[in-house]
Design a protein around this ligand. Sequence first.
Ligand code: FAD
Length: 461
Amino acid sequence: AVTLVWFRDDLRISDNPALVAAAESGDDVVACYVLDEETEGIRPLGGASKWWLHHSLDALAGSLAELGVSLVLRKGPAEVVLPQLVDESGAHAVVWNRRYGLAERTIDAALKATFGDQGIEATSYQANLMYEPWEVTAGSGEAYKVFTPFWRACLVLRTPRRPLAAPEALHGPPPDSEALDAWHLLPTTPDWARGLRETWVPGEAGAHARLDDFLDDAAHGYKDNRDRPALQGTSMLSPHLRFGEISPFEVWHAAQDHKDPSTAEDIRVFGSELGWREFSWQLLYFNPELATVNYRPSFDGFAWERSTRDELTAWQRGRTGYPLIDAGMRQLWEIGWMHNRVRMATASFLIKNLMIDWRVGEKFFWDCLVDADAASNAASWQWVAGSGADASPYFRIFNPVLQSKKFDPDGAYLLRFVPELAEAENLHEPWKGSAPEYSPPIVDLKESRERALSAYKALSD
Ligand code: FAD
């Protein structure tokens, strides 16, 4: 007998409940990944995510081969491809770990129904969120609107379960697979991925190495250092979590096990950041259009600036004339990731100083981030815009100068990504002195701030 394991956002062999179930069945195992770029509602991956996916699938195929099975790659609509694979392999059971977007859930439900009609058992498992979005709700089954009570209720409900060990060995026939290279997920001309290659090791081993490094080093002092972009002060686990190369249960318990009196507060704060990931997914589950529709409908009438192409390009390329914004956008371009504090500052700048619709920024990040996550990206952009849940109020406008003075006082982060500032007399406010290589600001902070505030006021009047 054969059990088919369908890998999706869970590209790992450890703490993978679907894989464990297949191994425990004693059946032959066929493992597959389906690249579905056709089903309506499935958001196409951005460029950086495609790069990551290629390497992550490569790593997963390697781990599965060591266990004794090969990874079958197929492209096409999941609702067509999965039944084909079941036919070809003669599987009597299909297992997968749950995903939470509307289009994804719709596909999974349809497949369960199809397989059910054919007498094929399809079973799904909880693997990628510590709390299912419908488990911890406010009042009678609604999503929480505020993070703190949500996370408190989660922790009261239960301690996240312990991670499961990877199966020791699997067996099964090797069905035909498409070639990963033929999916053309990697950039060719130009090859913009050098900085990504130098920064990241996609795959489960890379994820665990990051986690170990973090716990050995940056976890101590995380609470304060997490706001300092020049430091290696955060875990950089986000792309690994996004692709499920490591599970939140594994991260959670490794951090808890590492706790001692001197790091208890750091670990608590780190745990609550994992909580923000869970909160974002609850928001997306209950608001499937979170990436395109204002969570607060009052924002629907907001007067976004229309013709801002040059300003948008300056922001995208890190040429706004504001060092922190430029450093952040260039970090994103170079390594496919940006420090959280700088994500907030660059997003605030686009939305409030340039008055460009948050959706434009969300899309750009979606394309450039290796951790581009349907829930966290959308929820965070709406949070900065003020249109989201538990959002920072619209009148909170990050001042990029004060932010860099406070969080990067000696300018190490600025200089790393904007080397031409080395010539500037005044790092944080280069326009105040000679800065021969650096361009002047594209907007005035004070004027643009007032423009945003009055547009916001017009909305709420
Ligand atoms: P750590 O500080 O080490 O945190 C550990 C983990 O907790 C992260 O890996 C991540 O999974 C989770 N986490 C931390 N902060 C948040 C948060 N605010 N919201 C949700 N989860 C969080 N995060 C993404 O994973 N994908 C995105 O596409 C994304 N887009 C963002 C866009 C904007 C405008 C902003 C302001 C934030 C965005 N974030 C996103 C949240 C946050 O910036 C990143 O999760 C964090 O910077 C990742 O770095 P880290 O792994 O070192 O985080």
